[in-house]
Every structure is written in structure tokens, then in C-alpha cells.
Design a protein around this ligand. Sequence first.
Ligand code: HEC
Length: 203
Amino acid sequence: MNRFEKLATGGVSAAIAAVLFVWGVGAGAAEDRVKVDDNSFKCISEMTKVRHFYVDNLSGKLAETVAVATAGKGDYPEGSVVQLMPNEVMIKQNKGFNPATRDWEFFWIDVDKNGAKIFTRGFAEVNNRLNLNCFTCHVKAEPQYDFICETGHGCDPIPVTKAMFGALQRTDPRCKGSDVVTAEDQESLRQLGEVVKALTGQK
Ligand code: HEC
């Protein structure tokens, strides 16, 4: 082995050691994360309703989550699940996981009568079905609201009325009885369809 080869193999094993080290650290971080998969989600109306949205907690801290949601300000504990619509979800990861999003992970999930499938998940890069970025809107909530927009928290308003998201909640296909749709909800969903069409330019 000449000097060059020796150096090269030394370099390779150093690189392997570095990879293994990073891998080890990465594996540790993965265990520190709130585990979320397709089975973490449930029929929205089986979650706990606070005002007009729903909360849950995947880390056994439901009482703390409900307390923050009810107070309407403060930091949500890890494991918190917040939903207004059946297919858009915010879940609080462990502290320090993603400081830019205050550890919120954003999800767009597909739902049908058999359950949920994660379509996209992540932090600042996740968009909703109108191709609008979750983070860009939610980061505008004033700091005491921990990314929760509601109304008057500093976020730009969305063209979805209470009647519309109420109708979406009542017709979540995962929930029992969701196939019975009132005329009022049907009308709200029709109007929402018009809004979506106008925004996406679809005919
Ligand atoms: C155009 C801006 C905008 C985008 C994009 C957006 N949101 Fe929101 N979101 C809002 C506003 C405003 C509300 C409050 C609506 C209300 O209460 O009337 C809201 C409400 C919510 C709520 C209920 C709690 C709260 O903040 O009031 C959740 C959960 C949520 N959005 C998740 C998401 C997720 C996940 C995405 C991306 C997949 C997303 N949002 C994309 C503006 C946005």
C-alpha cells in the first residue's frame, strides 16, 4: 500500500466512522420524536372540541392541550394535535425539534371511510391542497398564540366561513353517520367548492 492508498483508506474509514456517528445521533433523534403514522389520526368529531376546532394529544397530555386551547394562548405541549378541517393537521413535536415552526409539524392527510393516509408532512415546506404554504400563514400568529390563527391573531384570513368548516367537520367520511348531510351543510359545501374553484382557476 503506498502512501496515497493508505491515506485514501484512512479517509474512507474516517468517513464511515463519521456516517455511523451521524447515523447514531440521527437514530437517537428519531426516538425523541412524537411518532405519527396513518393510524395516529381519527374521526375529527371524536377529538375534543374547543370553540370551533378540535384537539387531541398523542403523548398522553390531553388535559394540558385542552387547557392551552381553552385559554386561547400559551405553548401547546408535545403530542398536541390540532385540527379545523378533516385533512389539515398540526402536531406538536418534541421541544427543539424544529425551532422555526415552534416544533409544529404540518400534515395534509387524505381521509376516506377507512381512515387516513398521510399525503405530505413536514415543517416549513408543507402546502395545503390549494398549494398554499401552511407555515407562511401560521407563522403570522402573534407569539402568545403559538401558531394558532383563529381570528384576530395576526394571520391573513382564509375564505372559509364557520358554516363551511362546520360542514366539513360534520361530513368527515371517517365518522359514523357522516353520510347523512343536511341541506344547510350541502349548501355550505357547494359554496366552498365555488371558492376552491375560483382560487385554483378550475372550471
Ligand atoms: C392562507 C393561509 C393559510 C394556509 C395556507 C393554511 N392555514 Fe391553517 N389556518 C389559517 C387561518 C386564518 C385559520 C383560522 C381559521 C378560523 O378559525 O376562522 C387556520 C386554522 C387552522 C387550524 C386550526 C387552528 C388555528 O390555527 O386556528 C389548523 C390546525 C390549521 N389551520 C392547519 C393548517 C395546515 C396543516 C395547513 C397546511 C396543510 C394550513 N393550516 C394552511 C390560515 C392558513
